[in-house]
Design a protein around this ligand. Structure first.
Ligand code: FDA
Length: 499
């Protein structure tokens, strides 16, 4: 409530925030979490009688405060797919900066509500180049296993994979990768694989097999509200306020911090402004959310002692998307599971790891689709634009040329081997590469730079960063397992020494 005090306040309910809340609560500490998005578990169903719509039919529930949808794939066969919708606290934010659109989950559970659930632990030899100040032995012996178990990571049953029509697109992806001599691997996921097989058998309501993903899954996915947050709530020591956005954090008397919040309704109108005091504050608003807050608070004098690293070291995990047009003898299937289960690893030779992604349109497209993670070396910076009173990001779209060159080490070779070409109809007319976006924002408050080696912000005892902002721009694979494992490592130390 307005004017109250909490021992610990956590800003955001994604991976970092959920780990912090659970472990603090288990240590006996009362935690209050605030989340700008909705609590989807209590949101009313939509006109389709469901909580979340399919990826093929976005509506007002799909996007955060937009009047027109902004699907990652903007076009299909020459037709623009986006449409007008009423402004609403929808589940997916397509946040536009000058050179890039950053997709993020909005709601209790953060990115876990909208993501593909691909739960990848990076190869050990890559970890030290990402986070050189972190003891890799400890990460691989303790914190990665802890994160994988807390998240409920599992692997597809390989026999079912070979039989089901829903993964024909993946089998075609494997055939093409292997014929060109690339390493192809299964990728673990937090989706309940037994549930997905039951979907295929027709014994349970379909979700991944019924085009649900980007705008929420009604069943099957082990999102944070079913894992870390469920456990956190079960302790009785964690409360969550949804539709509350933190706008300021500043020192108060007695070593506390004063946190200002804006309570909104689902159309984005401010219905109340509150200030609460907190003994400790964890920034877990995601790479973009945390960076924006810190950069603004430093520039506007609320947290002037933050160091010069704040806002720096941001990257997009080298994300780039592409489609290939197959021959008529290589259909990818009119039914496709929305959950990717495999990838092509050309990281060491070409700097690219490509997930074999679905294109669940409901019709045969003869297209193979991929989201690549590449070793793009570019890093951008968040800065405060005082005139416009907003935070800008210096990323330039041209920087994606590095990612495209790396992705081409895979797909040029496959195209040449198969005698196929790229699709030019998915991202606009005659545009091959999806180079305007990322799903994987990382950095902006980098570990051991803006913070100490455990996420304590320099300049302010009791302020911590515990989300993707800590990771300097790239993880070599999909990021949430690394975000979770690093949060597990840091919170263990913080509980032992600071609380
Ligand atoms: P996260 O973004 O999860 O949570 C931050 C939360 O803070 C959000 O709920 C936000 O609303 C809230 N917030 C922000 N500002 C606030 C403020 N001022 N006040 C209050 N609340 C605030 N990764 C992966 O490993 N495998 C995958 O398959 C995919 N697939 C994928 C698909 C799509 C479409 C997207 C958008 C993303 C993915 N990802 C992914 C990425 C993954 O989801 C992402 O890396 C994590 O969610 C980041 O976790 P964090 O804890 O850093 O923040």
């Amino acid at each position: 409530p307005d004017g109250g005090r909490v021992p610990v306040l956590v800003i955001g309910t994604g991976y970092g925030g959920s780990v912090a809340a659970l472990r603090l609560a288990q240590a006996g500490i009362d935690v209050h979490m605030v989340e700008m998005g909705q609590d989807w578990d209590t949101a009313p169903n939509g006109p389709d009688g469901k909580r979340h719509p399919k990826v093929t039919s976005p509506d007002y529930r799909s996007f955060w405060m937009r009047t027109k949808t902004k699907a990652p794939l903007s076009n299909f066969l020459g037709f623009p797919l986006d449409k007008e919708v009423p402004k609403f606290a929808g589940i997916l934010d397509a946040e536009e900066f000058a050179g890039i659109t950053v997709y993020q989950g909005r709601g209790v559970g953060g990115g876990s509500l909208v993501n593909g659930g691909m739960a990848v632990t990076p190869r050990r030899q890559h970890f030290s180049s990402v986070l050189p100040s972190v003891n890799a032995d400890e990460m691989y012996a303790t914190y990665y296993p802890r994160a994988n178990s807390g998240l409920g990571v599992g692997m597809i049953n390989p026999d079912w994979f070979e039989r089901t029509s829903y993964y024909q697109y993946s089998r075609v992806g494997r055939k093409h990768a292997q014929r060109s001599g690339f390493a192809w691997t299964f990728v673990p996921d937090v989706y309940d694989w037994a549930y997905m097989e039951a979907e295929d058998n027709g014994t349970v309501p379909k979700s991944a097999l019924a085009q649900e993903i980007l705008y929420g899954n009604n069943h099957g996915k082990r999102t944070l509200p079913k894992t870390y947050l469920a456990q956190a709530k079960a302790t009785g020591k964690v409360t969550i306020s949804a539709l509350h956005e933190v706008t300021s954090v500043t020192p108060a008397t007695g070593g506390d911090y004063a946190v200002t919040l804006r309570k909104i309704d689902t159309s984005g109108t401010t219905v109340a402004t509150k200030t609460v005091k907190a003994g400790k504050v964890f920034f877990a608003a995601g790479s973009v959310g945390t960076s924006k807050l810190l950069v603004k608070l430093k520039a506007t004098g609320a947290l002037p002692l933050l160091n010069a690293e704040v806002g720096k070291g941001w990257g997009e995990n080298g994300n780039v998307m592409v489609g290939r047009a197959n021959h008529l003898w290589d259909p990818t299937g009119d039914v496709q599971s929305t959950i990717p289960c495999s990838g092509i690893d050309n990281w060491d030779a070409g700097g690219a790891f490509a997930e074999v992604a679905p294109l669940p349109t409901g019709i045969e497209t003869f297209a193979s689709f991929y989201l690549s993670i590449t070793k793009n070396p570019r890093r951008a910076e968040f800065t405060y634009n005082a005139a416009a009173q907003r935070v800008d990001l210096s990323w330039q779209q041209a920087w994606k040329q590095d990612s495209i060159a790396m992705a081409k080490t895979i797909f040029d070779k496959i195209n040449s081997k198969e005698g196929t070409i790229y699709r030019t109809d998915l991202f606009g007319s005659n545009k091959i590469w999806g180079d305007h976006l990322t799903y994987h924002p990382l950095g902006g408050a980098v570990l051991n730079k803006a913070t100490d080696n455990y996420g304590r912000l320099h300049g302010y005892p009791g302020l911590y960063v515990i989300d993707g902002a800590l990771i300097p721009g790239n993880t070599a694979v999909n990021p949430f397992v690394t975000i979770t494992a690093l949060a597990e490592r840091n919170i263990e130390r913080i509980i032992a020494t600071d609380l």
